[in-house]
Design a protein around this ligand. Structure first.
Ligand SMILES: [Zn+2]
Length: 713
């Protein structure tokens, strides 16, 4: 944007802040991903200290002190307004905020594209404005988070038309207009000159630089360099430009320093207040940055970098060194000609990251695990087990083309160009069978559409073409299983196990095949082996399910309890504990467990549905209705819920809601006329007609319901 030298976009509000404030010329994010970068800004810690390495599957430890919690302790009222599900309170950033506006409804289908769940800057600002209007005197801290300049780029008018050929710029211009509204609001309340305003970004977008369209895959400055501007009260020191190396980890200590609050000890960030007020210097020479996204998502190498005032080193299978002051585009890798510099920066990096420990593992709400447990129940999938590399990991630089081919295929499917999307995926999987996310996309495409035969044919040929390929054999087994051929599935998984005896996916598949062939004991043995082979908790969930199926409730409970001790937010565990309680006829315990599950995985409708049955049984129809009403937004394909909702609305006995009961019954009947629950829809309608005295209509519905039941018998 203009304060940083790009004139292609108009940002009058941010430009004004730069004029009236202090601008950091060389500000960098420690990680080019939304949740990890915000975690650093709000804790003053590097990613390896706060532990949030990716969006989803990582949580900010609730023990951490945050900027909000310190300010709250200092008497500020605190409120946050966020625009994206990746910053939902469930990930832990809400600590210290009196009010945290997130409020995202997310379905299982959305999880795969979590970063797409967002709202516009205008919507978020309107909520922040409402909150601010209610504040009388006293100090406040507001975090207003705007997400628009992330893909997909679709700014509202007039910005969309104005920047038709540069939609990313359009989103920046739109966001700037909302920042302008916020500043105007503070001015109209005569508080702007009593307020410390801090504007910054969590990361950038590649927009094609280095072959990266978005962010996260690489650690170049196209995504790591960020704007950071501070406007002091009354515009003190206006127009100052600070060109020292600063990082988002400095945000918390700096804001505290400017407010006269002593920052906590042990932060990675430093208090820049002396630089900002022109009274001191910067006690630091190097900056750290990382991205574990390639490792966590694709099992490619992570990228870790350190920079000093002139040079930037990126640790990678093929290391990179740039003189970024003269080569800001990082186009000339000078690592080979500067071995002394490389060795020096490597040592600094090792010192910095000494506390980092082992490679991180995503936990808990692994979206794929949640999804698999939530609805589909078929074998395989999940992210490759991170941190258990079997050989040298690929350099993300060598995978940029694959990465973009996958992104394009995904986009084609999103835009309903199915034929082209599937063909693209087939090509990617054939060329790189180890790339699990591509296999998963292809597998789920066929499984979700019931195109089992097609998937089976393709993977049969693929496995024949790549003899000895464990991934292809696992996919083949998965489709044999989906085609109700557990014997043939077992053969495929056994072949995979002969090649890779410890493969958790193959063990899990073999276990499922055994269960499907009526060999529960053999299945149990294989599930036990899978669980013992993996640090991931998903295999233990499968084991617990099988233990429940074979009536070993006590042991299942033990497995789930230990898994929850390792990860209190493990999706699906409380659901299974509730199932155990139901089998033991302990409704109170089941209810507690279902409620815990709902807090962790609100997109998994089964907990709400089973809970509704429990509260209905004790005649709490109001709660029952509320629970059932919460289901359609997260499970749009689960039509049966309307029959139960209709019945619950009828049982509620509130005449004013009978029309809703009738509407729900009709909706269910139109969506799923042949469902096993459909007779219930007819019976509810019959009862409602009866109450209205419409005997003939009631009889007709009764007959329709009975006919349906007879046909099913
Ligand atoms: Zn972001």
């Amino acid at each position: 944007m203009p304060p940083y030298g790009y004139e292609g976009v108009a940002t009058p509000a941010i430009s004004r802040l730069a004029r009236e404030g202090i601008r950091f010329e060389s500000a960098f994010s420690p990680v080019p991903l939304t949740l990890p970068a915000h975690s650093s800004a709000f804790t003053g810690l590097q990613p390896f200290r706060h532990g949030v390495r990716d969006n989803g599957g990582f949580y900010l430890n609730p023990e951490r002190t945050t900027l909000a919690s310190i300010l709250k302790g200092s008497g500020f009222r605190t409120a946050a307004f966020v625009s994206a599900f990746v910053l939902d309170s469930r990930w832990g950033l809400s600590k210290g905020f009196d009010h945290y506006f997130d409020d995202f409804t997310i379905s299982a289908g959305d999880l795969a594209a979590m970063a797409r769940v967002q709202r516009t800057a205008g919507e978020t600002w309107s909520r922040a404005r409402q909150w601010l209007e209610q504040q009388a005197d006293g100090r406040f801290f507001v975090w207003l988070h705007l997400f628009d300049p992330h893909a997909p780029y679709a700014a509202p008018e007039p910005f969309r038309a104005r920047y038709a050929d540069r939609p990313y710029d359009g989103e920046i211009a739109y966001s700037d207009s909302i920042i302008g509204e916020a500043l105007g609001f503070l001015e109209s309340r005569k508080t702007l000159d009593d307020t410390l305003v801090v504007v910054l970004s969590d990361h950038g977008e590649g927009l094609g630089d280095h072959g990266e369209a978005e962010h996260g895959l690489f650690a170049y400055d196209s995504t790591l360099r960020v704007p950071w501007i501070i406007r002091l009260p009354a515009g003190e020191r206006s127009g100052t430009v600070v060109d020292r190396l600063v990082s988002l980890v400095d945000v918390t200590p700096t804001v505290l320093g400017l407010l006269g609050i002593v920052p906590p000890a042990g932060l990675d960030g430093v208090d820049l207040a002396p630089l900002v007020t022109g009274t001191g210097t910067l006690p630091r020479d190097e900056l750290y940055a990382e991205t574990y996204y390639p490792r966590l998502r694709f099992n490619w190498s992570e990228l870790v970098s350190v920079r000093n005032q002139h040079y930037k080193f990126i640790r990678a299978p093929r290391p990179e060194l740039y003189d970024y002051r003269t080569d800001p585009g990082e186009l000339r890798n000078i690592a080979d000609s500067q071995p002394a510099l490389v060795s020096n920066l490597t040592q600094i990096l090792n010192r910095m990251a000494a506390a980092a420990g082992d490679a991180p593992i995503a936990r808990g709400l692994d979206p794929d695990a949640a999804r698999r447990l939530g609805s589909l129940g078929y074998v395989g999938g999940g992210a490759p087990p991170a941190g258990r590399a079997t050989g040298p990991l690929a350099d993300p630089k060598d995978k940029a083309e694959t990465y973009h081919a996958l992104a394009r295929a995904r986009q084609m499917l999103e835009q309903r160009s199915d034929r082209a999307g599937v063909a693209a995926l087939e090509a990617i999987v054939a060329g790189d069978p180890d790339l699990e996310p591509a296999r998963r996309l292809l597998r789920e495409y066929w499984l979700q559409r019931g195109e089992i035969r097609r998937g089976l044919d393709w993977f049969t040929k693929a496995a024949a073409r790549s003899p000895g390929s464990v991934p292809m054999l696992i996919e083949l087994g998965t489709f044999e299983l989906a085609a109700n051929a557990p014997g043939r599935a077992a053969a495929a998984f056994d072949q995979a196990l002969a090649l890779a005896p410890g493969s958790v996916e193959a063990l899990t598949g073999a276990a499922r095949s055994a269960a499907a062939s009526g060999q529960p004991e053999r299945a149990l043995e294989l599930f036990r082996k899978a669980a013992s082979e993996s640090t991931d908790l998903t295999p233990r969930m499968h084991l617990a399910e099988m233990l429940i199926k074979t009536a070993r409730l006590g042991e299942a409970e033990g497995v789930l309890t230990t898994a929850l001790a390792e990860d209190a937010r493990l999706a699906g565990a409380h659901y299974l504990l509730a199932q155990i309680a139901e089998q033991r006829r302990d409704a109170a315990r089941a209810e507690r467990e279902y409620r815990l599950e709902r807090g962790i995985a609100p997109w998994d409708y089964r907990a709400a549905f089973n809970l509704a049955a429990i509260v209905g049984a004790r005649k709490d129809h109001r709660d029952q209705v509320a629970l059932l009403e919460s289901i359609p937004p997260v499970a749009p394909d689960f039509a049966d819920v309307f029959f139960y909702l209709a019945k619950a609305l009828l049982d509620l006995g509130d005449r004013s809601r009978f029309p809703e009961a009738a509407a729900a019954a009709r909706k269910g009947l139109s969506l799923a006329p042949a469902s096993p629950s459909a007779p219930l829809g007819h019976y509810v309608l019959a009862d409602l007609y009866m109450l209205e005295g419409k005997q003939a209509e009631a009889q007709r519905q009764l007959r329709l319901g009975q006919q349906l039941e007879n046909r099913r018998r």
